[in-house]
Write a protein that binds this ligand. Structure first.
Ligand SMILES: [Zn+2]
Length: 141
């Protein structure tokens, strides 16, 4: 495998700071999307002013894998057959997008569609409700 992928930014626009967690020490060994909190095992912060590349993640992960290979905080569900730990490292960063970023434009478009759909559904329910009410009134006449 070539090494050029190591020079790729982890995201665009490049993120410059990420916090690092391991699941063995955070008590979160499942596949959830919960955002880690300060009380979980924050191992540190990775800061690269020019933007974090895949290479930076690999470099930061190597000593963590070594240190937590036999971590005593790991649950039984993350143990390998040989007693070592299935180590999951989470790098968490925040990128502030420009207002005209295509991702935000798509998100706004989806939200607008959703609002229109719910408004149309509410209007249809209201029409049906008035129709049913009118029918009941006519039955009484
Ligand atoms: Zn650990």
């Amino acid at each position: 495998m070539g090494k050029r992928w190591l020079d790729m930014y982890t995201c665009q626009p490049p993120v410059t700071e990420m916090t690092i967690y391991t699941w063995c020490c955070s008590g979160k060994s499942g596949n959830n999307n919960e955002v880690m909190t300060e009380t979980t095992a924050l191992l540190g912060t990775l800061t690269v002013p020019g933007g974090i590349r895949v290479r930076d993640l690999c470099t930061a992960a190597r000593p963590i894998f070594e240190k937590h290979r036999l971590c005593q905080n790991a649950g039984l569900n993350v143990l390998n057959a040989d007693g070592t730990i299935k180590i999951h490292i989470t790098f968490q960063g925040v990128v502030n997008l420009r207002d005209d970023d295509p991702f935000l434009a798509r998100r706004r478009e989806r939200r607008l569609k959703s609002v229109r759909f719910h408004q149309a559904t509410a209007a249809r329910k209201e029409r049906l409700s008035r129709y049913a009410e009118f029918k009941n009134i006519c039955k009484l006449c």
